[in-house]
Design a protein around this ligand. Sequence first.
Ligand code: ATP
Ligand code: MG
Length: 628
Amino acid sequence: MNAVQAFHRRSIHDRDQFWREESAQVHWETPFSQILDESKLPFAKWFVGGKTNLCFNAVDRWLDSRADQPALIWVSTEVNQEQTYTYRQLYQEVNAVAAMLRAQGVGQGDRVLIYMPMIPAAVFAMLACVRIGAIHSVVFGGFASVNLAQRIDDAAPKVIVCADAGSRGGKVTPYKNLLDKAISLSEHPPEKVIVVDRGLFAFEPVVGRDLDYATLRTQFNDAIVPVTWLESSAPSYVLYTSGTTGKPKGVQRDTGGYAVALASSMQRIFNGKPGDTFLCTSDIGWVVGHSYIVYGPLIGGQTTILYEGTPVRPDGGILWSLVERFKVNTMFSAPTAIRVLKKQDETLLKKYDLSSLRALYMAGEPLDEPTAKWIAEGLGKPIIDNYWQTETGWPILAGQPGIANVPTKFGSPSFPVYGFDVRVIDEQTGQDLGPNQKGVLAIVPPLPPGAMTTIWGDDARFVDTYFSTIPGRQVYSTFDWGLFDEDRYFFILGRTDDVINVAGHRLGTREIEESINCHAAVAESAVVGIADQLKGQVAVGFAVLKDPGLLDVAGATQRLESEIMKLVDEQLGAIARPARVRFVTTLPKTRSGKVLRRAIVAVCEGRDPGDLTTIEDPTALEQIKDSL
Ligand code: ATP
Ligand code: MG
């Protein structure tokens, strides 16, 4: 057993003492009386009776020691602006917004929906909410009116904070107009809408409802709003899952458990310390953004960089130039972003001084070995794959260099994170499986601090959805398919929905994709199982080429298809060989960058792809159709 595994073991076997120690990283206004109330599993309450506040831990706590340290650096390559806020300035901004919200009657337990681009006011609004005990629900800015209306109806916010517009890759999206439309579709219109006017897109304020952020800001220039101390299990926020597999679920998070999980993970997983600089390229609309753009780095006393822009504008070196300029110590990105870079000029990886950078963390979808190798070699830095879900709020599996430096294995997010009692379970029998056996990745309750406490407004759905699918056992299903090897390194093989059954053999989509991606011409791929009269299912692969020009070269795609089939034969055996490999220029993905395999299958089988409101680019599905 290595040191990371020993640490994990203690978290499970000496649970109370373990979390008592970890909880000391957080300020408790009132100490808790009990580590865990597990009398109503799968509902778990951590640090019962303790009172704390996320905003206090993220901001106020650093005023004594780090008031003049940059807390938030905003860089926008969309509007070519930058702005730095020290902890003292952040404190003032957050207090001003807290006062604005209070003035609209927002109090503890009220919901505030935040529909904003990656601008500082979005972070202020989040922190302001938790400061006064209001529950925020951040909706990703890439969503349009229908998605937004669904979330408004579910959360029933008293106030919505938005901006006139956002910009991505130079294309302006009129948030305020989309919001107006969403409100008109919704059954729960908010009382007030606070609008940050960036001057990007003209809009008509609704008289009596809309308020101008800048005007309010001057009214509350020096306002100080005392923090509302919250019982540990009081909700901090609601955030919807990405909607890759169906209707998004409103994940509810607590306060105290989340604070502890983040404070602890900043050290143990991200190996950081106060004063460090953290760059996370996610979006505040996703869980990674909540935990590691906003709360984690600030609770850890670090400087966080809020980047509005894409990884390829003005060129594919922009992220590395940020690392150089701001001496970033820890970076967090997603495989989808790195695959985009793979199609760019490779020398950009070497152009900047990256000596400050300790490691690049990646999460969100499978990190295939070719992509991992490409970026690891290109940067000369450790790549730390970490696996988690909106539901868990922080990593379930990860390399944990803050505990010990254990070598990583390509394709594996290493080991279970302390607090997560992770198992691989046979779906049919409900039994735990041993090394190298494929099964469902599950977590034995209680879920650790920081994980979801319920589905917003629907306790029954929480139990039904997550804890009722494994026969004979009340365990949390991740709905991902995986295994651990003889050294107990874990591997994610795809989602349980996507497992392909070819003539009785069960194959994870990821295994085949991984193999396809090993072909030098391929940038990324998606594999799905299509109904087949003879074999039950056959695998069909869709590949995106690094050089799309090859699509026009006579005979090239046929040659590539047979090379790829041969590659899969060699690596996985003929059973896994895709029946067809087709080439497209882009894959259908959710706006969070996850491949919509369900929709691909439907199109391939000639069915209606169903709800596509979370899709990034609908033309990608047409390409799939045309390629067949
Ligand atoms: P929904 O639950 O609404 O269908 P979603 O599962 O895509 O959407 P998220 O919570 O954003 O929503 O994504 C979590 C999922 O992403 C995981 O269950 C897993 O399938 C995938 N994932 C995340 N990180 C990794 C990783 N490091 N390796 C492999 N897969 C990952
Ligand atoms: Mg999910």
